[in-house]
Unconditional design. Sequence first.
Length: 175
Amino acid sequence: MSKSYKELMNDIDTFIFDIDGVLTDGSIHIAANGELLRNMFIRDGYAMKAAVENGYNVCIISGGSNDGVRTRLKNLGINDIHLGVSDKVEILKKYTDINNIKTERILYMGDDIPDYWIMQEVGLPTCPQDAVPEIKKISKYISHINGGRGAVRDVIEQVMKVQNKWFEHFNAKFD
């Protein structure tokens, strides 16, 4: 019998996220100079920072590339940022080998076809509510929240709550 997504959350020590459609709502604004601008949800950032501060591995693997996004993620304490990636599975294998991470302990959140193959490699594939049908079909958890509006916060908070690290993190921080 396979484990429920809540049971799988007990074992998660690594979060990997796509950007466009997961950390953003998938829309882009094109500046006059051609730069592609994205919006990120502050609560997703807050949760990623809490995960980093609690010792979770947090990694970004995305086909998109933007210096502003990289700066935002670095400011949250995320150092494993892979942008402009064409083969996400290859990056996953290198990342897990270098950091001695077991794939069954990884939660990955993706939203579209480029995430399909990497999601087959991890223990807990997840997606936002507005992901494409092919991604929803292979996800073990579908957030009730759309990408770029708190879906990342949803999965991080759930994992940390299952592991009794969510509110405890904030109690210790503000005592």
